[in-house]
Design a binder for this molecule. Structure first.
Ligand SMILES: *Cc1c(COP(=O)(O)O)cnc(C)c1O
Length: 421
């Protein structure tokens, strides 16, 4: 559920007409709903009610400072995958004890930043990383709390680019080698083993792969404890999917997911961490764009809009579907038109949808891409020298720009000429 609904044929973000935001900030832009963000966080938090837990928002899905602040104020921890994200979390006021550091390629500088600023745990993904982290921690005279990310070799049955838990994926260490790797970690004085981490992929629409992975983690917990390791925390990753098309069957609810977690781990006396990103931020955002031209092709109509693949890359990168709706619905019931919806970037890949049936629109009309909050703004670039589009946060009847659109001057000011030019 989200808070982008029609009232008298006009699309609203909570209590603000989307067209009013467009008039104020220009198009294209992203708009996020505070109520949806906090509602989705609460769904996870409530789903784990009764067991010791922390919901860490996967910041890579949406990392604007205002969004981090909204979720942190609601009680969320943060899952970060880079020094930049760690820095953002701290700048938004998140305590180090609520920040988890994930990712396969943590650098010495990133490790140092987190060890100095405070960290809940590092999710270590390889033996070489473990050795480096041990050295960095020792050089700072601290001990780094760690889990080891295990790769359970289960098929998440999701898009290949976002599957992370099969043995051919680059993530984690094979679960079959876990005991060996934990034995090595236990010998490194700069590290303190506290648990196990697993994350099998993103946009999972079925609980079965989670269940398969979590059963393996439960079994491993018992084995590692028998080997003498302290396993007091399990980080179960993120990955729960969202319905990108309203017509599709709904993916499992956070409550079902929470029930699975409780069922699997309740008796183990462990603290549970989860790292949802998309399910918190995905449906909390729209990308709003304006129609520039309707162009008649030989056998199709192109809707050319002012948003492009550099602003929202998911369709080009993952063949992702986004529902696309008019911001002002047609007054009378009209037969749908069929469009290829494309952006202005000079690539055929700059196509948002092919043969999409929707209410007929004309030049200057506004359209909205639903479910664009996650992996939208964060993956944007300035390809074709199109300035990053603004982000807007709505809260009830108020809205604020939370990242302004750079001017052309600001965009090029980051380039500098070498002295010989
Ligand atoms: C991407 C990622 C997540 C979040 O995935 P979602 O599908 O957005 O929930 C969580 N944990 C790790 C380690 C990730 O890489």
């Amino acid at each position: 559920m989200d808070h982008f609904l029609y009232r008298d044929g006009a699309l609203y973000a909570e209590d603000v007409p989307v067209a009013e935001i467009a008039a104020a900030v220009g198009t294209p832009f992203y708009v996020y709903s505070t109520a949806t963000l906090t509602r989705h966080f609460k769904l996870f938090d409530d789903a784990l009610d009764g067991i010791d837990h922390l919901v860490c928002f996967a910041m890579k899905s949406l990392s604007n400072q205002a969004v981090i602040k909204v979720l942190a104020d609601a009680g969320a921890g943060m899952d970060v995958v880079s020094g930049g994200e760690y820095f953002r979390a701290k700048a938004a006021g998140v305590a180090g004890e609520k920040i988890v550091f994930s990712g396969v390629g943590k650098t010495v500088d990133e490790m140092r930043l987190a060890l100095e600023g405070g960290i809940r745990q590092f999710n270590v993904e390889s033996e070489p990383e473990m050795i480096v982290l041990d050295q960095v921690a020792q050089s700072l005279d601290v001990v780094a709390p760690i889990t080891v990310r295990v790769n359970p070799d289960v098929d998440a049955k999701t898009h290949a680019k976002i599957s992370t838990g099969k043995k051919e994926d680059k993530f984690g260490i094979p679960i079959s080698r876990a005991r060996e790797v934990y034995a090595m970690a236990a010998k490194l004085p700069g590290l303190k083993v506290i648990g196990i981490d697993v994350h099998i992929g993103s946009q999972l629409t079925d609980l079965t792969p989670f269940e398969a992975a979590y059963l393996k983690v439960a079994e491993l917990t018992a084995q590692l404890r028998a080997d003498g390791h302290e396993i007091s925390r399990l980080d179960l990753g993120g990955g729960l999917g969202i319905p990108y098309a309203r017509s599709n069957e709904a993916p499992p609810l956070p409550s079902d997911y929470g029930a699975l977690i409780k069922r699997t781990f309740e008796d183990l006396d462990v603290e549970i961490e989860i790292e949802p990103g998309r399910l918190i931020s995905g449906n909390a955002g729209l990308m709003v764009s304006k129609v520039i031209y309707i162009k008649d092709g030989e056998d199709r109509q192109f809707m050319i809009i002012d948003g492009a693949m550099n602003d929202l890359i998911r369709p080009a990168m993952y063949e992702a579907h986004h529902d696309i709706v008019p911001v002002i619905e047609p007054k009378v019931a009209t037969a749908p038109a069929t469009y290829d919806i494309v952006g202005p970037v000079c690539e055929s890949g700059d196509t948002f949808a092919k043969s999409r049936a929707m209410a007929p629109v004309k030049a200057d009309d506004l359209i909205a891409f639903r479910s664009a909050g996650a992996y939208g703004a964060v993956m944007a670039s300035e390809y074709n020298s199109r300035p990053l589009i603004p982000e807007v946060l709505v809260n009830g009847d108020q809205f604020a720009v939370i990242r302004a659109r750079p001017t052309y001057e600001e965009m090029i000011a980051r380039d500098t000429l070498p002295h010989w030019l």
